[in-house]
Design a binder for this molecule. Structure first.
Ligand code: BMA
Length: 319
């Protein structure tokens, strides 16, 4: 496939929901400055979002919102669902940007989020059955680290975590392993920033890893810093099913970029920041939930088979 026809495919892959933004500070049951960067998962027949809510101090917590169709009639918890533990100095300034995965072995959901404290941002893990009661497992790796999610199952006996440390000012995605969800090691770089591309300055995991017969579908955000500020866009990579450290494909171009007014203007303009997705195989649909301009929550949809077809048309990665 030539470059232009693949770029056209990428451009048409996602459709913004006409009712966007689906969640706003104005629709919130209590005062909030911004509601954005949600984790997403299907629970029974509902879509559950864990939304990052920023209060008027500038500190964030996480609140659950539920909807039967994933687009409308959101039922939002009336008080914060998961808040910073004030006795824990890593969480002093709040909790941000959660991701959710179903851990089959534990029969529980794992929620990874960024804890903000004086030492810098770290990834923390909490386990829950129902998004009401949470068991906190604490910080996983040293700062500065963000944009993390577990895989839903073990690889050769070990859990795997995608995360994004910042080392020497460089912001690549890494993969780390653990036998027990507590001790992490065997760290390796997974997806790097690409000089000159739209994702040249930072990359970070977007939604939870999505298991497909052809591999793990990984949405990620890529940042380019311009003279007018940073632009956050979204790309896709495909990882090997059994050896997820092997990147099979990566999109040259982005598949979603700030275009709508609510993505271009906000507390931080020109940001689309997906952090959760739901897969609806019966209707061949993928819902991508994202924070828009660090202010509101929006959703874009794609045909699952079109996404898979597009990924397979992306360049193969030579190791
Ligand atoms: C990143 C994260 C996100 C935020 C984005 C754009 O570093 O902190 O929470 O949405 O910047 O401001």
């Amino acid at each position: 496939m030539n470059e232009l026809s693949r770029q056209e495919k990428a451009y048409r892959l996602f459709k913004r929901y006409e009712g966007n933004p689906i969640l706003t500070p104005e629709s919130w049951p209590y005062p909030a400055n911004a509601v954005f960067n949600p984790a997403a998962i299907k629970l029974n027949s509902e879509t559950v979002l864990l939304v990052r809510v920023e209060d008027m101090r500038g500190f964030s917590h996480i609140t659950a919102a539920r909807s039967a169709d994933g687009f409308t009639n959101w039922e939002i918890d009336g008080t914060p669902t998961l808040e910073a533990d004030q006795t824990c100095q890593e969480e002093k300034w709040g909790l941000e940007d959660p991701r959710i995965i179903w851990l089959e072995e534990q029969k529980q959901f794992a929620v990874t989020y960024t804890s903000f404290g004086e030492g810098g941002p770290v990834i923390s893990l909490a386990i829950t059955k129902n998004f009401k009661a949470f068991a906190r497992l604490g910080a996983l790796l040293p700062p500065e680290d963000k944009d993390a999610c577990l895989f839903p199952r073990r690889f050769k006996g070990r859990f795997a975590l995608i995360h994004r440390p910042i080392v020497r000012g460089e912001a690549h995605m890494w993969l780390s392993f653990s036998p027990d969800l507590k001790h992490w090691g065997d760290h390796r770089v997974l997806i790097k920033t690409r000089p000159a591309y739209w994702d040249c300055h930072r990359v970070g995991l977007a939604c939870q890893p999505i298991e497909m017969p052809i591999g793990w579908m990984i949405f990620y955000h890529g940042v380019r810093i311009t003279t007018a500020g940073a632009i956050y866009r979204v790309g896709i990579a495909l990882l090997d099913l059994e050896e997820p450290w092997r990147v099979l494909r990566r999109s040259d171009e982005w598949v979603l970029a700030p275009r709508a007014a609510y993505e271009r203007v906000g507390d931080v303009g020109d940001v689309v920041f997906p952090s959760g997705a739901t897969v609806h195989k019966e209707t061949d649909r993928l819902n991508l939930y994202y924070g828009a301009a660090d202010c509101t929550v929006a959703v874009a949809t794609a045909s699952l088979s079109d996404v898979l077809d597009y990924i397979m048309s992306c360049p193969e990665i030579e190791e």
